[in-house]
Every structure is written in structure tokens, then in C-alpha cells.
Design a protein around this ligand. Structure first.
Ligand SMILES: [Zn+2]
Length: 402
């Protein structure tokens, strides 16, 4: 079995190795097995390392039946000599910071409130733990964050120890270990004792800081999102730049920003309402104008790019104004046709019938009742052609409701 260098020293990022085997898996992906490796395979919530074996890029690392598979972007050409391997240290050290930070934070919640960690995910942007509690309040999150940051500041050692099942009782473990032999403990003396196969820094100080981002209740647990290490600085930088941009855009200092946004949202809502009122008024005038223009009571108009809501409002205004009116409004919207059929109270034609006939021509869908109906379909004919057709149907005697 290959020597797992990351268990001898988590800081090895450069090493040489012999390639024991190179092959393609059933999906055609190249993989290499080495006699020793510092590449950490996905496991225990910690993602795999990336880097290079010789010239080849390591794109994934998995442990399968005790063997460590290094998945490569292309096969290694020369297998006779030792290969030089490098690990993407920035990625690995970030994982070490997040992982050790998680141990510290989980222990802090356990010490302070007895909340057990039942899930852990180390993501690209943030880390989550699932706490076995139905609720978490602001004060609790703050207290745990403070304790965790104190442990970091105290720069305690982080030790690892291989123990047998029998020796486990000597340690106050935070949770039961799943592994039964060759158990690896990660220990922060007097604070946390935990079975873990991940990579960790030598001291808590290297975690630098822990910052809670958010949390949410999920059924019977709380999922807490946080970040550690360099991520705290990079996210602070990102958020600070965003805030600065917003202070310029809103022309308000940071402390007044919330008020400025509330004001902006309110004034946008008021403006929207005003526009709607003005549009209503305009439609009213428009309806009058169309009614004045036409000599008989049958009105047919083809528009471009008007919404079905606008057509409906306009049609309603017209039939309210003139109860003798029968109104067909069509709008050509790119490759669609919208149609509204409406009649005044004094008329008897069935709008539903007329519409359903018209919709057949444009492969459309719609609905309504005998006095008001609307629908839309594909522009298989022009707006004018559809209007002609609709007016023809309306002129037949049998189109009145039974
Ligand atoms: Zn761990």
C-alpha cells in the first residue's frame, strides 16, 4: 500500500514517487497509483488535492479499496524514472484552515450549548456544519464564534495520534468514531478530541479567524455557514468593495445605506403606481378616440407590441363607454398574435365562440365567456388577416349565444 505522506507531514507539497501503475478506468480517464503520495483523496468532508505529477495535471484524487487513484488530464509518458510531484498548496492549505476551523467551531458549540455537529461540508466558497438543534439564536452564534476565535488566538497545538479501539476510552471524544482500527485522532489539548482522517495545520493560530456568514433551520437541525482563514480576508475585501460601490451609487455613507435603500424602494413603488394611473388615464382617452373614429359599432384594430393586459383594459373601457360596441383588438408581438374579443351589454354575439374559431387559425390558446374572451397563438397569418377572419365570423347569424 502506498505511503500516505500527508499523514507524516501535512505540509509536504513537493515530493518524488515511483509510478506503480497507470491505467484507464471504464470511462477512459487516466489514473496513476504511486508508491507514496502527499495528494489527499476526497474524504471526511475534505475535498481532494490538485497539482501535478510530472507534466500531467492531477484533476481528481480518490481512495478506492485502500489504493489512491490520481486522475490525470493525460497519461505520464516516462514510467521508468521517479516523477516529481507538486501539490497546489494554496488549495490544500485553504482546506487545512477550513477543516481545522470546523473542528474548533464544532467543539465550541458542543462546549457551550451541547449542540452536536452531525454534518460537515467544505465547499468552494463556504463551509457548513449541521448542528443537532432545532434553533440557534444570534447570541449563541456570537458566543461560539468568540470562543472559537479565542482558541485560534491562543495558538494551541493541533496534534494527531494513531490509537487502537482499546485506547479510545482514554480520550474525551466529541463524537463516536466510525473507524474501528487504526484510528486517527486530531487533538487540540483540553479542548477537542476527535477522530478524523483529514489534514490539519500544526497550530490553531494558522486558522487565523472564523466568521459566521448565516444559518438556517432545516427540519430538526440548523445549517450554519461560515468561513475560516484567508477566505475571511478575501470575502471582507469583496464585501468592502461592493459596499463602497453602493455608497457611491446611493450617495449615502455606509451607516445610512439601509435607510437610503428603503427610501429608494419606496419611491420606486410610488413612481410605479403613478405610471400605472397615468397609463390608465391614457387608455381611457385612447378608447374614446377609437370610439369617435368609427361609424358603426363594430371596432377592429391591429396593434404592434401591446400586452394582452393593455388590450383587455382598452376593450373593457370601449364596451363600458358604448354598450352597442363589439370590439376586436389584436396585437402583433414578434412571432405571436394576441387577441381580445369583447361586446357591449346590448349585443348578443358570443365572444367565446368567435375566439375559439379564431384560435384555430393561429394554433392558439385562450378562454373567457360570451361577453369577453382573450387568447394568443402563433403568427401564422398577419394581424389584418386574422381581423378579417374574426369579422367574417362575427357577421354570421349563428354566432349569438344560445
Ligand atoms: Zn475532521
Amino acid at each position: 500500500m502506498a505511503t500516505k505522506l500527508y499523514y507524516h507531514d501535512a505540509y509536504i507539497s513537493l515530493f518524488t514517487a515511483h509510478v506503480l501503475r497507470q491505467e484507464q478506468d471504464k470511462d477512459g480517464r487516466w489514473l496513476a497509483v504511486l508508491d507514496q503520495t502527499a495528494f489527499y483523496p476526497t474524504g471526511g468532508g475534505q475535498p481532494f488535492d490538485t497539482g501535478f505529477i510530472g507534466e500531467q495535471q492531477v484533476v481528481n484524487v480518490e481512495e478506492v479499496d485502500g489504493e489512491i487513484f490520481h486522475y490525470l488530464d493525460s497519461p505520464i509518458q516516462d514510467l521508468s524514472n521517479e516523477v516529481c510531484c507538486t501539490i497546489n498548496w494554496e488549495r490544500r492549505f485553504d482546506h487545512m484552515q477550513q477543516h481545522a476551523g470546523q473542528h474548533i467551531f464544532s467543539a465550541a458549540f458542543d462546549h457551550l450549548f451541547g449542540y452536536k455537529t452531525i454534518g460537515f461540508h467544505l465547499g468552494n466558497d463556504a463551509v457548513t456544519i449541521d448542528l443537532e438543534t432545532e434553533q440557534l439564536n444570534e447570541e449563541q452564534a456570537e458566543a461560539a464564534e468568540q470562543l472559537a476565535n479565542r482558541i485560534i488566538l491562543e495558538n494551541r497545538t493541533i496534534e494527531t495520534k494513531w490509537v487502537t479501539e482499546g485506547e479510545l476510552s482514554l480520550y474525551p471524544l466529541r463524537k463516536e468514531t466510525k473507524v474501528k482500527d487504526n484510528i486517527r485522532l486530531v487533538i487540540i489539548p483540553e479542548f477537542d478530541y476527535n477522530g478524523c482522517g483529514g489534514t490539519h495545520p500544526k497550530t490553531t493560530g494558522e486558522v487565523r479567524a472564523i466568521k459566521v456568514l448565516n444559518w438556517e433551520r432545516q427540519k430538526k437541525k440548523v445549517r450554519l455557514t461560515f468561513i475560516c482563514g484567508e477566505r475571511v480576508l478575501s470575502q471582507f475585501d469583496q464585501k468592502q468593495k461592493l459596499l463602497l460601490k453602493l455608497t457611491q451609487l446611493l450617495n449615502a455613507p455606509e451607516r445610512d445605506m439601509e435607510q437610503a435603500v428603503v427610501k429608494m424602494v419606496e419611491s420606486a413603488k410610488a413612481a410605479e403606481k403613478q405610471i400605472e394611473e397615468q397609463l390608465g388615464l391614457l387608455l381611457h382617452y385612447e378608447a374614446r378616440e377609437w370610439l369617435d373614429k368609427c361609424t358603426d359599432h363594430q371596432i377592429g384594430i391591429v396593434f404592434q407590441n401591446r400586452t394582452i393586459q393593455e388590450l383587455q383594459k382598452l376593450a373593457r373601457l370601449m364596451i363600458t363607454e358604448n354598450n352597442q360596441a363589439i370590439v376586436f383588438l389584436i396585437s402583433e408581438n414578434e412571432n405571436r398574435l394576441q387577441l381580445v374579443c369583447a361586446r357591449g351589454e346590448a349585443r348578443a354575439e358570443s365572444m367565446k365562440k368567435i375566439l375559439s374559431n379564431a384560435l384555430k387559425v393561429i394554433n392558439g390558446k385562450g378562454g373567457g365567456n360570451d361577453s369577453f374572451a382573450q387568447g394568443g397563438g402563433d403568427a401564422l397569418v398577419s394581424g389584418e388577416q386574422l381581423l378579417d377572419y374574426v369579422q367574417q365570423i362575427a357577421s354570421k347569424d349563428d354566432i349569438c349565444n344560445e
